[in-house]
Design a protein around this ligand. Structure first.
Ligand code: UTP
Length: 279
């Protein structure tokens, strides 16, 4: 069973400057809830109850969000506003939140390796909170779909989405052998390829299940694209040594690391969740 989830949240969020100058990108709200809380709720739905955050300087508000705020609670006690804190209070009461820092921004692979102290020798999920994944019809969350697959196949799994040809350069892109509907065995992976070099249009999005041998592989992985230690390179090695699966998830993903995706997600959540009393 997957019980732990890692959130690499050390990035600078430069596409959202100046909003992210003193505030983490992961705390930007989609309507009335910060992005990171959507990620945590998705993981809780998958049965995860232990959350590790790889943070950096200027990210303390994430730790504060997942902790009690006695003054605030005292202030609103007995008023109608108390219920606005019900969900976050229940998340705090029923789960464990731990934090470590990535001292240097050396890439997503390096950020995940920095989280090893929080994860130990366990298979774990990774959520990039700026990818908001929603399943509008009330079906299992994207991470719940992936943990179910993990229980069957017991190997690392990346979530993939088909993207237009002129967008492949923004993603890690896979090549794979189809296994069953929406599931591929990875044979190749390229980080941010030019469209003529992309092995497919299946882009890796910010949801992963990783087996703990990935830590040793990352340790041996040399810096790749943009001089960063890329998780894609480590996963390709893992695929060559054993098995990595790619899963075309059911649901919708919003790229909230971009202004357009963020606005689209805000409108979607407002119309389909907030106004319907679903969030
Ligand atoms: P991004 O490149 O999308 O995030 O990294 P960013 O750097 O914060 O955003 P921009 O491009 O400057 O606007 C993907 C994820 O990996 C984390 C980021 O926090 C983000 O969640 N990350 C990336 C780290 O934690 N450490 C790193 O060294 C690199």
């Amino acid at each position: 069973m997957i019980k732990k989830c890692l959130f690499p949240v050390a990035g600078y969020g430069t596409r959202f400057l100046p909003a992210t100058k003193a505030m983490p990108k992961e705390m930007l709200p989609i309507v009335n809830k910060p992005l990171v809380q959507y990620g945590v709720e998705e993981a809780v739905e998958a049965g995860i109850d232990n959350f590790g955050f790889v943070t950096g300087r200027g990210k303390r508000s994430i730790a504060d969000h997942f902790d009690y705020s006695y003054e605030l609670e005292h202030q609103i006690k007995g008023s109608g506003k108390e219920e606005l804190l019900t969900t976050i209070r229940s998340l705090i009461n029923n789960n464990k939140f731990t934090f470590t820092r990535q001292n240097e921004m050396l890439g997503l692979g390096h950020a995940i390796l920095s989280g090893q102290t929080l994860i130990g020798d366990n298979p774990f999920a990774v959520v990039l909170a700026d990818d908001l994944c929603l399943v509008d019809d009330g079906g299992p969350s994207v991470l719940a779909q992936m943990t179910k697959l993990y229980n069957q196949f017991r190997c690392s799994i990346v979530a993939i989405q088909e993207v237009p040809e002129d967008e492949v350069h923004k993603y890690g892109v896979i090549a794979g052998e189809p296994m069953k509907d929406g599931l591929f065995r990875v044979t190749d992976m390229v980080e941010k390829p030019k469209k003529e070099d992309a092995p497919s249009r299946y882009a890796i999005i910010g949801r992963y299940i990783l087996t703990p041998d990935i830590f040793d592989i990352i340790r041996k992985t040399k810096p790749g694209k943009n001089g960063e230690v890329q998780i894609t390179d480590a996963l390709l090695q893992q695929a060559k040594d054993g098995c990595v699966l790619a899963y075309k998830f059911k649901g919708r993903r919003f790229d909230c690391g971009s202004i357009e995706g963020f606005v689209e997600a805000t409108n979607h959540v407002y119309e389909n969740y907030y106004k319907q009393g679903r969030n």
